[in-house]
Design a protein around this ligand. Structure first.
Ligand code: NOJ
Ligand code: CA
Length: 513
């Protein structure tokens, strides 16, 4: 079990749009290296970097053409190795993005598997045995090669599904996860992991981790597959960490993932908090966090004590937090994100409240996600300091607002969101009760016009976190005595006769006496 996860606070970097150091309009590894001090200074001690491998970029790099070589737009394998070393020098761990469910159509495995003659890669992907038959419930590629069959898709048309077998099999071409082809696919993916872990990376965010075994409605065979991966890691790289894009911790953590994300899809009610018409973090008080809380507690119970449930501020697939969560509400949202159990994940730019850029034309398969992937806003200079390329050459256009938030402005403003994020991370890292593995007990579950309040605790200390996004004061019953505030925003809580009162739009973290 990687010990470093006990206090890991992650920062997600979309490499295309973080910092461009050679004026080609696209971010690169040098840019990430240059900003490691910024990341460290905020208190982050771990990174997740989106896919940076050779790719035709039909899906921004989630269509890998070679798992062993980085895309030249970002630099070389040596540069990435240097990034690992520079990060480690600063106490920062680095996760790469592993895409095990599909490749690009340009991957040599796929080119080989398209051939009519049987070869090493014939069973690397999910193929039917006649071009006239499509794999049920999955899209497919067909009529593109001499091989008589249709190849299942895992996501976009450019992403054929790798073959890990079928759990329930009704057709002769559907293989068992234990057949030779699926076993070879898994072995190949473990080789990829071994390669990067040996080079110095610290683990992987795993793309569509739930998608591997087909016809597996309860995920049982996919869970069994990941248990094998975890056994391999425990054996060869016990300090390596894996986090799943799954969104169902009760399954993924049982599969051996150290962490799972709550996401904008799946049963977690994550969207109720930040991404819907009436989010909980809104002063209208029409939002409701209680379904989230209920599901969260159920997931924690089922997932057991070791796995971490991670609540991201956002990611490259959803609209920015700032689209639905406005003004000071963002500070409340961050108070929540940085005081919950599990490892926090902050999406680059969310720390300054970068906006979702509306109305952009899709870039590299981004579609409506493109507006959440716009270049980082560092300062007031040209292209917000992201790149010295001409503005039209930027990978994605930037937020056109002349008052767009920047790191430079927020670093010097003690009331800025950036400074608040820094303060909260520092509190988290110095108070064991706020640690990734410390306990949580909800005392008010954020029903409409109600506070969200929870105790965090461990042997050494007990804290109470209180949040009132509503524009009016709220109260909740609380028998224990509030002690010293470690942090407040929007006014201090008061307590009388077993009732805590919170002013409008306020948050706080208190010791419990
Ligand atoms: C999830 C990734 O986060 C997303 O960006 C990608 O398009 C799909 N998986 C397919 O790989
Ligand atoms: Ca560049």
């Amino acid at each position: 079990m990687p010990k470093w996860l006990d206090n890991a606070v992650f920062y997600e970097i979309y490499p295309q749009t973080f910092l461009d150091t050679n004026a080609d309009g696209i971010g690169d590894f040098r840019g990430i290296i240059r900003k490691l001090d910024y990341i460290k200074d905020l208190g982050f001690n771990a990174l997740w970097i989106n896919p940076c491998f050779l790719s035709p970029f039909g899906d921004a790099g989630y269509d890998v053409a070679d798992y062993y070589t980085v895309a030249p737009r970002y630099g070389t394998n040596e540069d990435l190795k240097e990034l690992f070393a520079e990060a480690h020098r600063r106490g920062i761990h680095v996760l790469l993005d592993l895409v095990p469910g599909h490749t690009s159509v340009e991957h040599k495995w796929f080119r080989e598997s398209m051939k009519p003659e049987k070869n090493e890669f014939t069973d690397r992907y999910v193929w039917t045995d006649s071009v006239w038959e499509a794999p049920e419930s999955l899209g497919c590629l067909r009529g593109i090669s001499q091989r008589d069959g249709s190849c299942a898709l895992n996501f976009f048309t450019c992403q054929p599904a790798l073959n890990y077998g079928y759990n329930e099999r009704t057709r002769p071409w559907q293989q068992s996860p234990e057949d030779e082809g699926p076993r070879a696919t898994l072995a190949a993916m473990m080789d990829v992991m071994r390669f990067w872990l040996t080079m110095g990376c610290d683990g992987f965010r795993v793309d569509m981790a739930m998608s591997l075994v087909k016809n597996d409605p309860e995920g049982e065979a996919t869970i069994a597959l990941w248990q094998k991966v975890r056994a391999f890691l425990d054996r060869e790289f016990p300090e390596a960490a894996i986090i799943s894009e799954w969104g169902e911790p009760e399954k993924s953590l049982r599969g051996g993932f150290h962490m799972d994300f709550l996401l904008h899809f799946g049963p977690s009610h994550y969207n109720d908090l930040f991404r819907c018409e009436e989010p909980f973090f809104s002063d209208r008080g029409l939002g409701d966090a209680s379904a989230f809380v209920e599901k969260y507690l159920e997931s924690r119970k089922k997932a057991g004590k070791d796995g971490l449930i991670c609540i991201p501020s956002g990611n490259h697939d959803m609209v920015r937090l700032a689209k639905h969560v406005e003004g000071n509400q963002k500070k409340l949202a961050f108070t929540f994100l940085l005081t919950m159990p599990g490892a926090p994940f902050v999406y680059y730019g969310d720390e300054i409240g970068m906006r979702y850029v509306e109305g952009l034309t899709s870039v590299e398969g981004g579609y409506d996600r493109t507006g959440a992937r716009s270049p980082m806003q560092w300062d007031k200079s040209v292209n917000a300091g992201f790149s010295a390329a001409s503005t039209e050459k930027l990978y994605i256009p930037q937020d056109p607002d002349p008052d767009r938030p920047t790191v430079e402005a927020q670093l010097t403003d003690p009331d800025s969101q950036l400074r608040q994020v820094k303060t909260l991370i520092s509190l988290r890292r110095t108070h064991p009760a706020l640690g990734n593995r410390s306990g949580i007990t909800f005392v008010s579950t954020g029903a409409p016009k109600q506070a969200l309040a929870y105790e965090r605790g461990c042997e050494q200390e007990q804290l109470l976190v209180v949040l009132n996004p509503y524009r009016e004061a709220v109260t909740f019953p609380y028998a224990k005595v509030l002690g010293e505030p470690l942090y407040t925003f929007g006014g201090e809580a008061s307590q009388e006769n077993g009732t805590v009162s919170l002013s409008a739009v306020s948050a706080g973290i208190y010791k419990i006496k």
